[in-house]
Design a protein around this ligand. Structure first.
Ligand SMILES: [Zn+2]
Length: 62
């Protein structure tokens, strides 16, 4: 492959991060996908999509 192959077909890849969210009030679990390493959901509070409780988010080691 040389730079003259720029029009050749490629498989493009990109990394997706999927954050796992668990509501501390009702234990409902959902996911939040992002393409940005800096987009950490623990930076703010979230409202549970099931029970509508708004809680601070804290990152947990698995
Ligand atoms: Zn909930």
């Amino acid at each position: 492959m040389s730079s003259s192959d720029k029009d050749a077909p490629k498989i493009t890849v990109s990394k997706e991060i999927i954050w796992h969210m668990t509501c501390g009030a009702c234990r409902y679990y959902w996911t939040v996908p992002t393409m940005s390493e800096a987009d950490n959901p623990s930076r703010r509070s979230w409202t549970c999509p099931l029970c509508a409780t708004t809680l601070d988010a804290i990152e947990q080691d698995v």
